[in-house]
Design a protein around this ligand. Structure first.
Ligand code: F6R
Length: 259
C-alpha cells in the first residue's frame, strides 16, 4: 500500500487525477468512480486536462460504487446525477458507458445482482477511486460488512446519513437504503485509489491504514490489496503514526513527484 501525504485537498485532487491520467495512458479502459465530495478535486483536474491537454476518456467504461434506493436517476442527489455534474458532463465519457445500479428499480435486490453480474462481465475494473466515510466505510459498506460481500442492498448508519445530510436541502431525508458494491466486489479491482482530506477523516484514515484489518473498518481492505494507493492531505493524515515514513517514500511511489 502506498500512502501519499500532500499539503492540501487541491494537491490531493491533482495527484489522484495524475494517477488516473497515467492509468488511461497505460491502457486502462474500465474505471470505478466514487461520488461525494472527496473525488471532486480530482474530477475538476481531469476535466481541465481534458479541456486543455487533450486527455481523453473515449472507449472507457465507468462503473459507480453505489446508489441511493428510492431516488430516480434524475434526482439531483442520485449518484447518477452527481457523477454527470461532477465529471461526465465535462469530459468525453459517453453517458451510455457510465453504469450504476438503478436505485429506483422495482426489485432492488435483483438490481444489485444484475449490477454485480455486469461488473463480473466487464471487469475487473482497472482503477477504482474511493472516498472514505468518517466511520471507515468504502462504497456504502458500513462497519460490520463482510470482507467478501458482493453488490447488495444495504442500510446506512445514522452517522453516514447525518454526514450526507449536507447534500440534501429543504429537510429532505437522506435515504436509509442503498445499493452498494460489496467489499469483495471492490477488492476485485486491479488498483484501488482512496482519496481523503480534512480533519474529520483523520480517525478513519488512521484506522484504515494502521489499524487491524477487519470489518470494523471496511477501508482496511486496502491493506490486503496487492495495489492500493491512499492520497491524503495533512489534515486527514494527522493521526497517522508513521506519517514521516510515508512522506519519505511518497516520491518513489508516485512518478513525477519529488521524494
Ligand atoms: C460515494 C461513496 C462513499 C463516499 C464516502 C465519503 O460513492 O461510496 O463511500 O466516498 O461517504 O463521502 P465524502 O467524500 O462526501 O466525504
Amino acid at each position: 500500500m502506498e500512502i501519499v501525504i500532500v499539503p492540501s485537498a487541491d494537491e490531493a485532487g491533482r495527484v489522484v487525477a495524475g494517477i488516473v491520467a497515467r492509468a488511461l495512458a497505460a491502457g486502462a479502459r474500465t474505471l470505478g468512480l466514487a461520488t461525494g465530495s472527496s473525488p471532486v478535486g480530482a474530477y475538476r483536474e481531469l476535466a481541465r486536462q481534458h479541456r486543455e491537454e487533450g486527455l481523453s476518456f473515449a472507449g472507457v467504461r465507468a462503473f459507480l460504487l453505489d446508489e441511493y434506493v428510492g431516488l430516480p436517476a434524475n434526482h439531483p442527489q442520485s449518484y447518477a446525477s452527481v457523477i454527470r455534474a461532477d465529471l461526465v458532463d465535462h469530459v468525453d465519457l459517453a453517458s451510455d458507458d457510465v453504469h450504476g445500479p438503478d436505485g429506483a428499480a422495482p426489485d432492488v435486490e435483483e438490481e444489485a445482482r444484475r449490477y454485480d453480474d455486469a461488473l463480473r462481465r466487464f471487469g475487473p475494473v482497472d482503477l477504482q477511486l474511493l472516498g472514505i466515510g468518517t466511520n471507515g466505510h468504502v462504497g456504502f459498506n458500513e462497519p460490520g460488512s463482510s470482507l467478501d460481500s458482493r453488490t447488495r442492498v444495504a442500510t446506512l448508519t445514522d452517522e453516514t446519513r447525518r454526514d450526507n445530510s449536507r447534500f440534501f436541502t429543504g429537510g429532505e431525508p437522506v435515504p436509509r437504503r442503498v445499493i452498494t458494491q460489496g467489499l469483495g466486489t471492490i477488492r476485485a479491482a486491479r488498483h484501488l485509489v482512496l482519496v481523503a482530506s480534512g480533519r474529520r477523516k483523520a480517525a478513519a484514515i488512521a484506522a484504515a491504514v494502521e489499524g487491524p484489518v477487519g470489518s470494523s473498518c471496511p477501508a482496511s481492505i486496502l491493506q490486503v490489496h496487492p495495489h492500493a494507493t491512499v492520497v491524503v492531505d495533512e489534515a486527514a493524515a494527522r493521526l497517522l503514526e508513521r506519517a514521516d515514513r510515508y512522506r519519505d517514500g511518497a516520491g518513489h511511489a508516485i512518478p513525477g513527484r519529488r521524494s
